[in-house]
Design a protein around this ligand. Structure first.
Ligand code: SF4
Ligand code: SF4
Length: 300
């Protein structure tokens, strides 16, 4: 059993309780324009070019038999439509400007990394978190990891948009101690316009989890101009107050860290002019949500 991941982060403190090891799965069915992990979206491995490291030597050009790499006005350019993601150009780059994002790993390899920090989990009530991307996109791999963690008594969290079938969710739920559930926009048309996916199944799945008594932390990114209007915040609060087992709501302000990754992947960052939300506006949002739910925090 193998899967494709793009990172394993040890000693994470932002992906659930305590000290955790977070495994980032590759591949996501949503296309949120604010995503700060754009390397997570494609299911397959990708080649990135770090322009800040490139010394313009041109050695990678000859290494690419697909002729995907060229120099234009002194800048090294990769034609993504020709790139086969073979990685043959990486060893040719002395400067380390070319990197592969995403690697196939076995369950045993991932578990080897997770188990290394078991002593920290025990002391901090931490554990393993499976994030992405959307972990449920590789649900068999996810299941194998969840089962392996549970056999060892390791606390598990899954960071998800909920974009999966109810049957897969039901199969996984007994092996997940905590769901970190992203909620973006209540209006379905807006949700579809922003993310490319309807929110009907996503909201239904959140209701399912709470009906099954699963512990859930809901995470709401606040994206100015997209979902921070009073109507959406009020509807979010009202809807969440109707669910039984929401442990907390975390409000996550829009930030621009990670936007440089878009250029490395040869993509345009669509929210370039979006400001970060100011403190007064965030306080208003927190107050509105607290009318409906008792435990609402900024960040998390
Ligand atoms: S990954 Fe392969 S096809 Fe893509 S640019 Fe590098 S050598 Fe060329
Ligand atoms: S081999 Fe590396 S440093 Fe040289 S031009 Fe290509 S990307 Fe830039």
């Amino acid at each position: 059993m193998t899967g494709t991941i793009f990172n394993i982060m040890r000693c994470s403190i932002n992906d659930g309780p305590g000290i955790r090891t977070t495994v980032f799965f590759k591949g996501c069915p949503l296309a949120c324009p604010w995503c700060h992990n754009p390397e997570s979206v494609a299911r397959e491995r990708e080649i990135v070019l770090r322009d800040d490291r490139c010394i313009r030597c041109g050695d990678c050009i000859d290494s690419c038999t697909s002729h995907a790499i060229s120099a234009r006005d002194g800048v090294i350019v990769t034609d993504r439509s020709l790139c086969l993601r073979c990685g043959d150009c990486i060893p040719s780059c002395y400067a380390g400007a070319r990197e592969a994002v995403g690697r196939e790993v076995s369950v045993d390899e991932v578990m080897h990394e997770i188990v290394r920090d078991r002593v920290f989990y025990d002391r901090s009530s931490g554990g393993a978190t499976f994030s992405g991307g959307e972990p449920f996109l590789q649900h068999e791999f996810l299941m194998a990891l969840l089962e392996a963690c549970k056999r060892l008594g390791i606390h598990t969290a899954v960071d998800t948009s909920g974009c999966t079938s109810p049957s897969i969710l039901e199969r996984a739920a007994p092996f997940v101690d905590l769901f970190l559930y992203d909620m973006k926009v209540m209006d379905d048309q807006k949700h579809t316009a922003f993310t490319g996916v309807s929110n009907v199944l996503l909201l239904e799945n959140l209701r399912r989890l709470t009906a099954w008594g699963k512990e859930v932390i809901v995470r709401i990114p606040v994206i100015p101009g997209l979902n921070d209007d009073p109507e959406n915040i009020r509807r979010s609060g009202e809807w969440l107050s109707s669910l039984r087992t929401i442990r907390e709501v975390h409000v996550l302000p829009y930030h621009t860290s990670g936007t440089e990754k878009y250029a490395r992947l040869g993509r345009r960052y669509a929210l370039g002019a979006t400001p970060t939300p100011d403190q007064l506006h965030l306080a208003t949002i927190l107050n509105e949500l607290r009318h409906h739910i008792s435990r609402v925090t900024l960040g998390g």
